[in-house]
Design a protein around this ligand. Sequence first.
Ligand SMILES: CC(C)(COP(=O)(O)OP(=O)(O)OC[C@H]1O[C@@H](n2cnc3c(N)ncnc32)[C@H](O)[C@@H]1OP(=O)(O)O)[C@@H](O)C(=O)NCCC(=O)NCCS
Length: 233
Amino acid sequence: MGAEIAFRLNLVHGRCVGVRIPAEVDETILAGLLPEERGFVSTLAPARHPSWVAGRLALREAFCDLGIEPGPILATRRGAPALPSDLAGSISHKRTLAVGLAARRENVTSIGVDLETCPPVFASVEAARAQARPDLRTRVLTQDELARLESVPEKDHRRVVTLHFSLKEALYKAIDPVVGRHVGFHEASLTPLPDGSVAIALALARDDGAFSAAGFWTEIENHFLTTARVQRT
Ligand SMILES: CC(C)(COP(=O)(O)OP(=O)(O)OC[C@H]1O[C@@H](n2cnc3c(N)ncnc32)[C@H](O)[C@@H]1OP(=O)(O)O)[C@@H](O)C(=O)NCCC(=O)NCCS
């Protein structure tokens, strides 16, 4: 397909494929897209082409691994990947890597995926303090999450905050297409466990209906790779 596959994983919320983002989108890489997708990408700012194309290739490849041909993957009005109603999928990209997460909707209402670069492991509290992002901490974490952070060694705080940030981005991508509105960071409180499972307590600010949600996290190629699943109850 022109772009390099970085990994293929079976995750709890779907099949996940990673694709290396090409430096340039040439004809060989464009050949991996369907004609409708090639038409869509030509309407985007050139700077978005490599990540958009790599994300589409990753998501299509994840569906192909499930034996599904999803057809052209364009975008909804809110920016999510547009898919047939029986399919669920999500995309994320960081500087060099794009991922697609794919599932049949029979098992899930909606899914989301996110990638964030892992922060460095700080050797000391002083080194960690020098690079702390207190603004991000209070923007992303709820009061419950801030209380739980107190029991984590300070040199690991940035890592924990980044993991929560990534999980909330994955959750956002799962829930936004269902509720059709901006969901804020303080509308969910997360408890990530060392085994990769994540308990999610939703506290939606509007009456969007009843949902259950669950998260998952792992690390790959110095990135947090996080996923979320939302189901109507
Ligand atoms: C939309 C948002 C999630 C994108 O995340 P990001 O880290 O900036 O970028 P990523 O590379 O991880 O993801 C981008 C992809 O998200 C997907 N996406 C964009 N808007 C979306 C939406 N409304 N719903 C679902 N997926 C969406 C797209 O596939 C996009 O890639 P593409 O344009 O190439 O197709 C983020 O910018 C945002 O607005 N967050 C809202 C606040 C939030 O996270 N709240 C937490 C709730 S608990």
